[in-house]
Design a protein. Structure first.
Ligand code: PBG
Length: 333
């Protein structure tokens, strides 16, 4: 008969982690490159690969240079990109109309990438007008300077449709307007784009961790903040409800953004929805690890691996991360 108490000293948990062999035998695998989407910034022009100072390792690319960069990341097994257009200030307008030009930055980039890589590259596009409006908000402003929901929907639908027409595989609305998923799905379907996927930035917070992105994309609001449309981190129930709403409106996939500070909500939505779930490991989460390592406060590779393992463990099927273009350096076993 086993008189084992189930406790120390009869049981010693350290036995199961005493060697690298047993540890690796018991370890869950790190997510492979096929789980990642690389978010990348595109600018007009040629032969441009401009470093983003707030995001070391990331660049603003003209389309020709983007094709070279994508060929390189594809060599590491990364199969998907998410495109963000960066516009010169003088091309921005109050109505964000450059967002849906057939010859716009993102639309041109999608066409050229598809010409080069065809179905070997999955192209996601961010659908939000903050990079295209002179005021930097994610929709149309009324006279009081408040983002008006319903007029913004038409703009987002035109933008999404122009991306689909260019050949995007998946449009990803991130403006946090009510009804944007249903409106965009309707616009896609009525134009014959029934096969274009829709990944909703469904649970997206008004976060202080988008700072480096806003420098990269020159998309910070000139006045005010985004709290009137992005979710409040002190109201997690409302933020989860946003995901259920988008599921009901016809989103194919959901998202939690940022990721590392919202692992609880990744788990919760994973448990409550059967839809695929993406997590966006945002710019602030990326740059702060680099800043920490540069100060000698941690080993960058180990910090990257630990943070990606956490996002994966919380239940994300897809990880949108700037580490993707450095997969071999930081994440490959
Ligand atoms: C567009 C958008 C933003 C990000 C992704 N899409 C900026 C914002 O909402 O302010 C941030 C991504 C990041 O920080 O990496 N609205």
């Amino acid at each position: 008969m086993n008189k084992n108490s189930g406790l120390f000293p009869d049981i010693r948990l350290r036995r199961l982690r005493a060697s690298e062999t047993i540890r690796s035998m018991l370890a869950a695998p790190m997510p492979g490159p096929e789980k990642f989407i690389w978010p990348v910034f595109v600018v007009e022009g040629e032969n441009i690969k401009q470093p983003i100072s707030a995001m070391p390792g990331q660049f603003r690319y003209s389309v020709d240079k983007l094709i070279e960069a994508v060929a390189e990341v594809k060599g590491m097994g990364i199969k998907a990109v998410m495109l963000f257009g960066v516009l010169e200030q003088e091309h921005k307008t109050t109505d964000g109309s450059c967002a849906y030009r057939p010859d716009g930055i993102v639309q041109t980039a999608v066409r050229k990438l598809k010409e080069t890589f065809a179905s070997a590259l999955m192209i996601f596009t961010d659908v939000c007008v903050c990079e295209y409006t002179s005021h930097g908000h994610c929709g149309i402003l009324n006279k009081k300077g408040v983002v008006e929901n319903d007029p913004s929907l038409e703009l987002l639908a035109k933008m999404a449709l122009s991306h689909a027409e260019a050949g995007a595989d998946c449009v990803a609305p991130s403006a946090m307007m009510d009804g944007q998923v249903a409106t965009i799905r309707g616009a896609l379907d009525s134009s014959g784009f029934t096969d274009t996927l829709l990944l909703s930035y469904s649970t997206k917070f008004a976060s202080s961790f988008y700072g480096p992105f806003r420098e990269a994309a020159a998309s910070a609001p000139s006045e005010g903040n985004r709290k009137g449309y992005q979710a409040d981190y002190l109201n997690p129930r409302a933020a989860v409800r946003e995901s259920f709403f988008d599921e009901a409106e016809g989103a194919d996939m959901l998202m939690v953004k940022p990721s590392l500070f919202y692992l609880d909500l990744i788990s919760e939505i994973r448990a409550k929805s059967l839809l695929p779930l993406a997590a966006y490991n945002v710019s602030g989460e990326y740059s702060m690890l680099i800043a920490s390592a540069n100060n000698g406060w941690g080993d960058l590779k180990l910090m990257v691996r630990e943070s990606i393992a956490a996002i994966n463990r919380a239940g994300a099927d897809i990880i949108i991360s700037y580490w993707a273009n450095q997969y071999n350096k930081f994440l490959k076993d």
